[in-house]
Design a protein around this ligand. Sequence first.
Ligand SMILES: Cc1ncc(C[n+]2csc(CCOP(=O)(O)OP(=O)(O)O)c2C)c(N)n1
Ligand SMILES: [Mg+2]
Length: 344
Amino acid sequence: MAAAPSAQRTKSPPVRAAAPVPPVAEFSKEQELAALRDMLLIRRFEEKAGQMYGMGLIGGFCHLYIGQEAVVVGMQMAAKPGDAIITGYRDHGHMLASGMDPKGVLAELTGRRSGLSKGKGGSMHMFSKEKGFYGGHGIVGAQVPIGTGLAFANAYRGNDNVSITYFGDGAANQGQVYESFNMAELWKLPVVYVIENNRYAMGTSVSRSSAQTDFSKRGISLNIPGEQVDGMDVRAVKAAGDRAVQWCREGNGPMILEMQTYRYRGHSMSDPVKYRSRDEVQKMREEHDPIEQVRTRLLKAGLASEADLKQIDANVRTIIAEAAEFATHDLEPDPSELWTNILK
Ligand SMILES: Cc1ncc(C[n+]2csc(CCOP(=O)(O)OP(=O)(O)O)c2C)c(N)n1
Ligand SMILES: [Mg+2]
């Protein structure tokens, strides 16, 4: 095996764990509109997927990302083409944010032949080398060593691409995460570990499962800097993402971003949601919704009218309606495909 890539730490970490959160930079009108449109695309896609699941058009597992949209959209605004993205099973938002076609994603959910995995992978198993999206993984935490490996590949090739490796608060308690952290820091690998702390792992709250609930501190023993971020504010995510990818691109090694976010829906499609109150969910929706925040800012600043915002939503709804139409009428894979594209 070739020697491990290495880089000298060139400066002190941009933000130490538990340091005061830096002020959030304002977005330009164009950035606000782009973020709004991208978050709406994810929200409307997920609402449609939820509906289609209820109609029996989608089988198997399906985990919706509603509420968490600002995380992946803000991070994507900080990324550049060539960067790698990898996540777990709550992955539709990551695919859409990376530019994958909503038609192909939805047709995969309905198990059709034009789906991104030819209708054989489903919700948790889609990939796009072209868009730098490496899945889509159903084993909790398994994407973390793989994402670290993607960073190793980039360091080995000597390019300045970064691996953005997403995982949940529950996954953050997995042993393999810390083995990955160790190697990433040892070899100064360009990986941003984005911990999407949505407060629950299935029905278990962070406070019931985690000895250290400040996830930005999870790398302290290995000298990996971390930052806690308001994951409901797309501007805060983008600003933290900018700092983290710069840190990585300069050869300083990995960085952890804890995104404080929230999922509005159940863990997957069959979740009676008995572990939290309706009030808790309602309060998050009313006071912190990532999409409403952008809408309100645009209106208040006079950068867009109600009519403009309705038009953006209508455009997004058209894209999703067309995707749903396609995903409902595309053919299922031919039976002769049963033994193709699989590990035998
Ligand atoms: C190794 C492994 N253990 C358990 C499971 C079952 N499981 C699926 S999702 C999940 C919770 C993970 O929660 P978190 O990491 O917080 O992600 P979130 O669902 O909140 O996005 C569990 C325990 C699994 N898929 N893989
Ligand atoms: Mg979670």
